[in-house]
Design a protein around this ligand. Structure first.
Ligand SMILES: [Zn+2]
Length: 188
């Protein structure tokens, strides 16, 4: 089942995640539905809040080749295959910094430079309950940081440079209003 993606302004995006205690059939179905929703939106990552849920669950499908070369984990135990489902992900180490244009399915049409760590080490469980410990850089690292922000109710708008945010103020206001309307429509 494809979900509607929650848009900036929808309060669902500000909710903090709750840890998944048991990987139930419902959790598996949520992962399947989130992947379907992500692909339909041509995204490379999606967090539970973007489909109005609060489970600590992220799906990613990072392209293995980009204009700047091959994207692969620096270290990965066990190996990660795309698409990947991250349950209860935590960033345990981060190093360096890099600024890159970033988009978000909850901010359609927005691409803004965001400064993030260049390399991160993260732990998570997969759908089989297997614990993973990965060290990644480039787009993979950026996507993990972006999606973990979502799990903590943090958004692209919170990472924009103040100057850029001011430039985009009118567009952001319009988007925020449509997100609020979306939430009201779902509630009624
Ligand atoms: Zn996003």
């Amino acid at each position: 089942m494809k979900y509607d993606i929650t848009i900036y302004g929808n309060p669902a995006l500000r909710k903090k995640c709750r840890k998944i205690k048991t990987i139930t059939a419902e959790v598996r179905q949520l992962a399947v539905d989130m992947l379907e929703t992500m692909y339909a939106g041509n995204g490379i990552g999606l967090a539970a809040q973007q489909v109005g849920r609060t489970e600590a669950l992220v799906v990613l499908d990072i392209p293995l080749m980009t204009g700047s070369g091959e994207v692969r984990p620096v270290e990965s135990e066990p190996a990660v295959k795309m698409p990947v489902v991250l349950i209860n992900p935590v960033i345990v180490e981060s190093e360096g910094s890099a600024t890159c244009e970033e988009g978000c399915l909850s901010f359609p049409g927005f691409y803004v430079p965001v400064k993030r760590a260049e390399t991160v080490r993260a732990t998570f469980l997969d759908l089989d309950g297997v614990a993973h410990d990965i060290r990644v850089n480039g787009l993979f690292a950026r996507a993990i940081q972006h999606e973990l922000d979502h799990l903590n109710g943090k958004l692209l708008v919170d990472r924009m440079a103040a100057e850029r945010k001011l430039e985009l103020a009118d567009d952001l206001k319009r988007l925020r209003e449509s997100g609020l309307q979306q939430a009201e429509a779902t509630a009624s």
